[in-house]
Design a protein around this ligand. Structure first.
Ligand SMILES: [Zn+2]
Length: 105
């Protein structure tokens, strides 16, 4: 499998086209409407899981958030693997909230 190799700057620039880091829970928002591929209903935020992969230098980009959206009509769940800035990751961690569920927002 071929893996596209982007610089940190290219990766974060690409993520910034689609995702916005915010100061309110869940601290990340899509810049687009997420629509269920099966029934075309608009999907809603389910959870966000912030984590660091702990890669050694230059192997991969460490700071990530898996963001899940759910279709309330058919139950389909989609998870996006979003690269976030190191400063945003540390800000969220400082709040002690690595896993944020829909009912907390
Ligand atoms: Zn659906």
């Amino acid at each position: 499998m071929k893996i596209v190799k982007l610089t940190k700057e290219e990766l974060l620039e690409r993520m910034n086209e689609f995702w916005q880091e915010t100061d309110e829970k869940p601290y990340i928002e899509p810049k687009f409407t997420i629509v269920c591929p099966f029934c075309s209903s608009e999907m809603v935020f389910k959870h966000a899981n912030y984590f660091s992969r702990g890669y050694p230098n230059n192997v991969g980009y460490n700071y990530r958030c898996d963001v899940a959206y759910k279709c309330l009509n058919c139950g389909y769940v989609a998870t996006f693997g979003v690269a976030i800035s190191e400063s945003h990751y540390k800000k969220v961690l400082k709040k002690g909230e690595k896993f944020i569920e829909w009912w907390q927002c």
